[in-house]
Design a protein. Structure first.
Length: 399
């Protein structure tokens, strides 16, 4: 871990604690900006809580117009290495901080963060406003719909995907549509720990910390256990089970450092699981097994990470029939299930689709907005962790 990725979430957490709302922190580099002087913080410890106290003491000296304020430029010295950061209430205000237009940010609220999500949002529409979110597998399918939904709710989203071209194109499109920076792209292989570590470091340097991790990346290779090669079985398990643990590990460490400076701030890890994580799936054992196992991870991580203000939950969607996972003409599940004979008597892809639609009491597949509402609910509900929330149109119900 380098200087910047260690100190960025501490600075962001201290700003959130003081402002009572999300804050943006961005790494500038190792050279001082020419625009203005910086508040200097010397961190001589690896202990996160002690380091957070040092940051808080430095922030307490900043005043503007007789009010408490948060510095616009911070110099952090950690292990004798300098790192400069800009801070601002949101992404749109970063330029004002960097140019010197704003030397500091006066704090209007009289009370710092006290409750689960600091200042409680006035309405559901503000649940993720100005928060930093990560969506893995965010360049297409459910992931893209979740990205778009979070941005429409005011979040800043890191679109992480192995398909970096698709992620960058989506980020560029969304930034243009919104007329401001609301998304950035990072290439990641969620099954590779070094790749995930680099992704999380990029998030820390770009936005200062992380409030919501949506672990969405997943794969499916349907096959009878009598025929499936074990290499395919391991591949599905590595992405759907082990990779969730890797992503959770590194995101939770970033959230933990942020929490050291703002213990009242709640962060969320939400796995996009599946109804196949709640009931078995015929000729799809590798997928269902990985999803079942992931719910065990969700419950276990929830018990451990609650001490750091991190909630861990799962959303278990029903079938997303209109997405590429199901409808891709070459690799989609409808094609796979037709070839494997999973649907007795089916002669066409449309036969397979009709068969699965008939299984849903609400007579349709799950959609991106359905999943987004579940994600927003789990973020808003600060008194819930370790849950697997079905979004299945009544096809699978909790007992």
């Amino acid at each position: 871990m380098n200087n910047a990725s260690f100190t960025a979430p501490l600075i962001r957490g201290a700003a959130i604690q003081k402002a009572g709302k999300p804050w943006t922190v961005r790494f500038l580099g190792k050279e001082a900006p020419s625009s203005q002087s910086a508040v200097r913080i010397v961190i001589d410890t690896d202990d996160e809580k002690t380091a957070a106290e040092i940051v808080h003491k430095a922030f307490d000296t900043v005043k503007e117009g007789g009010k408490n304020a948060i510095p616009a430029i911070v110099e952090a010295v950690y292990k004798e290495e300098n790192a400069f950061f800009i801070t601002a209430p949101d992404m749109s205000s970063l330029k004002a901080a960097e140019s010197g237009t704003a030397a500091s940010w006066p704090i209007d609220n009289a009370e710092p963060a006290k409750t689960g999500n600091a200042v409680c949002p006035s309405c559901r529409a503000d649940v993720v406003k100005n928060k930093v979110a990560l969506v893995t597998g965010g360049a297409q399918g459910f992931g893209e719909e979740i990205v778009r939904g979070l941005i429409n709710q005011g979040a800043v989203v890191c679109i992480a995907d192995l398909n970096i071209e698709g992620a960058e194109k989506l980020a560029s499109t969304l930034n243009t549509e919104q007329g401001k920076e609301v998304a950035f792209a990072v290439k990641v292989n969620v099954a590779d720990e070094e790749s995930v570590r680099e992704m999380v470091e990029t998030i820390a340097l770009t936005a200062g910390g992380l409030d919501l991790c949506v672990s969405n990346a997943g794969v499916l290779r349907a096959s009878s256990i009598l025929e499936q090669d074990i290499a395919s079985f391991r591949f599905v398990t590595d992405i759907n089970y082990t990779a969730f643990a890797i992503v959770s590990k590194h995101c939770a460490n970033l959230m933990k450092r942020q929490n050291a400076a703002c213990p009242s701030w709640t962060s969320d890890i939400i796995q996009i699981n599946s109804k196949s994580g709640l009931e078995g799936s015929n000729k799809n054992g590798a997928y269902a097994g990985g999803k079942f196992g992931s719910i065990g991870l969700v419950e276990s991580f929830a018990l451990e990470l609650v001490s750091y203000g991190i909630k861990v939950n799962a959303v278990c969607p029903g079938n997303f029939f209109d997405g590429p996972l199901w409808s891709d003409p070459e690799k989609g599940l409808f094609v796979q299930y037709l070839k494997t004979g999973k649907v007795p008597g089916a002669k066409t892809v449309q036969d397979v689709k009709a068969f699965y639609e008939a299984k849903v009491p609400m007579n349709r597949g799950c959609s991106g907005p359905d999943v987004l509402k579940a994600v927003l609910y789990l973020v808003e509900q600060v008194y819930e962790t370790g849950q697997a929330l079905p979004v299945t149109g009544g096809q699978v119900m909790l007992h």
